[in-house]
Design a protein around this ligand. Structure first.
Ligand code: 13P
Ligand code: SF4
Length: 310
């Protein structure tokens, strides 16, 4: 990139010229969040992708999110600043293995967490996100047998909240499995007035300590509405930017990870940079595209989710 460029101004200009919209997930770097037209959780981002009238969607997030945008707006050009921005949770559930798994439960309905490939969504009956998983399971008849994948931690959480017996796929997110229970206990002793908030992709022994469990937007809302002045946050660190912006006088402490990890960054989310965003808008590359049959199949379970979550 030309060092004389003012990346922020040039991204804004290109966005206007090309009638593009920038959708960013809360886990993006602060500078990317600050330039986005819409910042949100997975549900909010897919709702925006479905209703935007822009000609082009630049997705500052990971591959499965851009795919979801393409499925919901197939006539639009969907760009992802770095095609290598994948997801360990999505990778933990290869569609051909899931298809075999599903064959073992022919009378079960398949609910998949949005953090999965378009091919996996095409094998599903309903998609969900962390903000509506409980609601979606509860909307089904009590005797409905259900397979839930790929996140076993979210699946366990939904089982607990709904009292339903879900068949779980054994997948997980690398970022939400790093938190250290002992260090969180020590931190809470150090900050006894702090609220401990966690994303449901965390493991049960972390969630059991939480004052609040919810999606990224749920956690953000909780920090705004709760009178506490300190929050220990067990999710990817990008969300702290919006929390701090919304409540400048409050203190946000990232939940400590175990000794193997230095921080709570998602290495996939953090592949996106302002430079890549600029190049992506300039060259209209890399583009995320999908075969028409996958779009048609994957669209039904996503639309079912959007109908339930309206
Ligand atoms: P939400 O934004 O839906 O809470 O999802 C978190 C996540 O892990 C996205 O990759
Ligand atoms: Fe995937 Fe976890 Fe990164 Fe979200 S935070 S994109 S679930 S690896």
């Amino acid at each position: 990139v030309d060092p004389t460029l003012d990346l922020v101004a040039d991204i804004q200009r290109l966005k206007r010229e090309k009638n593009a919209v920038i959708l960013a997930h809360y886990y993006q770097d602060a500078e990317i969040q600050d330039i986005a037209d819409y910042i949100g959780d997975s549900l909010g981002l897919s709702q925006q992708a479905a209703k935007t009238d822009a000609a082009m969607i630049v997705f500052a997030g990971v591959h499965f999110m851009a795919e979801t945008a393409k499925i919901l707006s197939p006539s639009k050009k969907v760009l992802l600043p770095d095609l290598k921005a994948g997801c360990s949770l999505s990778d933990s559930c290869p569609p051909h293995l899931f298809a075999k798994f599903k064959e073992q439960y022919p009378d079960h309905l398949v609910i998949t967490y949005v953090n999965c490939t378009a091919e996996l969504k095409a094998l599903s009956d309903i998609v969900c996100t962390s903000s509506n998983a409980v609601e979606i399971v509860q909307s089904l008849p009590k005797d409905q047998k259900i397979i839930f994948g790929p996140d076993r931690n979210l699946g366990d959480y939904v089982k607990k909240k709904t009292g339903r017996d879900l068949v779980l796929w054994n997948g997980a997110c690398m970022v939400h499995e790093i938190f250290s229970q002992d260090k969180i206990v020590n931190l809470r002793n150090q900050f006894p007035d702090a609220k401990f908030i966690a994303h449901p992709e965390c493991e049960e022994h972390i969630l059991s300590q939480a004052d609040y469990i919810g999606s990224t937007s749920g956690m953000l809302k909780y920090t705004i509405e709760n009178p506490a002045q300190q929050f220990i946050v067990a999710t990817e660190s990008g969300i702290l930017h919006q929390m701090q912006k919304a409540s400048p006088t409050k203190t946000f402490i990232p939940a400590p990870p175990n000794n193997v990890c230095a921080c709570n960054d998602c290495p996939h989310m953090k592949l996106n940079t302002l430079e890549k965003l600029y190049n992506c808008l300039l060259y209209e590359l890399p583009e995320v595209d999908l075969p028409a049959d996958v779009v048609a199949q994957a669209r039904k379970p996503i639309e079912r989710m959007l109908e339930i979550s309206e």
